[in-house]
Design a protein around this ligand. Sequence first.
Ligand SMILES: Nc1ncnc2c1ncn2[C@@H]1O[C@H](COP(=O)(O)OP(=O)(O)OP(=O)(O)O)[C@@H](O)[C@H]1O
Ligand SMILES: [Mg+2]
Length: 252
Amino acid sequence: MQYQPSSSHAPSYAPMGSALIQVEHLSHTIITKKQNIPILHDISFVVPEASLFVINGPSGSGKSTLLNMLTGIDRPTSGRILFAGEEIRAKGEDQLAKWRGRHVGIVFQFFQLILTLSAQENVLLAMELGGCRLPRRTWRQHALSCLNTVGLGAFAKRLPSELSGGQQQRVAIARALANDPPVLIADEPTGNLDSQSAQAIFQIFVQLTSHGKTIIYVTHDPTLARRASSGIELSDGRIVQSLPGSMSGGMQ
Ligand SMILES: Nc1ncnc2c1ncn2[C@@H]1O[C@H](COP(=O)(O)OP(=O)(O)OP(=O)(O)O)[C@@H](O)[C@H]1O
Ligand SMILES: [Mg+2]
């Protein structure tokens, strides 16, 4: 199934597959002293398990805002998000931080590695912060195996400054995998890379989905958007297009 970005206002509704994430009637308004700014309007979709799910749309359409809701970094004004049937919103801040550490790996456009730590130490830090449950004596080996997953085992001792942009992003993916979350969420993960490095990153995502991970990504690159197995397109905070499998018939 190929994603066709379009400005059509006719979303397609397909029977729900195995939904890992369900977003139901989510709306978000930013409230400032001067005004209320509506950002997202009645968004409903499902993310099938092990899918490569794209969120597409023009600048300012609400993609990053929506990702922040999916990671639990921000809470929607109304509506709800169910993650494997469990509502994210119901958790307190402490609980939510722990939940995020185990359930969601986040990949940023500008990598955001700790520059004074080696590739392996960056992964180890994520294990520490995410409350890794593996026995401590196995941590270094586990960090190395995360780096091997992205083809960078041999670069474990290097600092970020000794790696190319594409390699730094691969370390960032290894870090996101540190606590074996079922979902990776990536906001423009290839936005800062040349097309060859972007393809390499994408290939890793494809491989990860074949091992059962769900990848939710935002991209402006139409070639990478078309490779999604599922997804939605936003415009002005509304869904204007969706791939089959992204909409739940029961929610309309
Ligand atoms: N804190 C804020 N205060 C006011 N408006 C905001 C705030 N954060 C986001 N917005 C507005 O919300 C809208 C959606 O922003 P968002 O960052 O989600 O867009 P985006 O689709 O990720 O854009 P881009 O492709 O440029 O990253 C924009 O119009 C933006 O100006
Ligand atoms: Mg954005």
